[in-house]
Design a protein around this ligand. Structure first.
Ligand code: CU
Length: 154
């Protein structure tokens, strides 16, 4: 009986620890498939930081260089450029999507094949200012996935 109690307590602590370690919730992560010869592609996701955080970097074993990018208008042309960090306000979902913020994977070591998975490590500064790393497994797709709410539609 006592062992069960101890086990339950350990399990509860483990769950609490796991929740604490999760600085951001990552939803709908995906990366765009690339073709042979293509040097760069993008990765996208929705980030929710319950206590607020700042995305300060990204890395991936699939890419020589990984950056956080934003899209800006330069005259009449939308261009992308690297930014040092991306603010994640407490509890507010921040979308990284085509045409907006995205993670840029450059100097690809091999084409990202459709239906494979790419590993990303997000570098975050949490609300206390500590640097934390969070791993994300992003499915590789050719196009943006349909939102879950619309997936029942033909
Ligand atoms: Cu980019």
């Amino acid at each position: 009986m006592r062992d069960v109690k101890t086990l339950l307590m350990a399990f509860t602590l483990l769950l609490a620890g796991g929740a604490l370690a999760q600085t951001v919730k990552v939803e709908d992560a995906w990366a765009r498939a690339s073709v042979p010869g293509q040097q760069a592609t993008g990765a996208f996701m929705t980030l929710i930081a319950p206590a607020g955080a700042r995305l300060v970097g990204v890395s991936s074993p699939a890419a020589g260089v990984s950056e956080i990018h934003e899209m800006v208008m330069q005259g009449d042309v939308m261009k992308m450029r690297a930014i040092d960090s991306l603010e994640l306000p407490a509890g507010k979902p921040v979308q990284l999507k085509p045409g907006g913020y995205h993670l840029m994977l450059m100097d690809l070591k091999a084409p990202l094949a459709q239906a494979s998975t790419v590993s990303l490590t997000l570098v975050l500064r949490d609300a206390q200012g500590s640097e934390v790393r969070q791993d994300v497994q992003a499915p590789v797709r050719a196009v943006m996935p349909t939102p879950a709410s619309a997936s029942a539609d033909p």
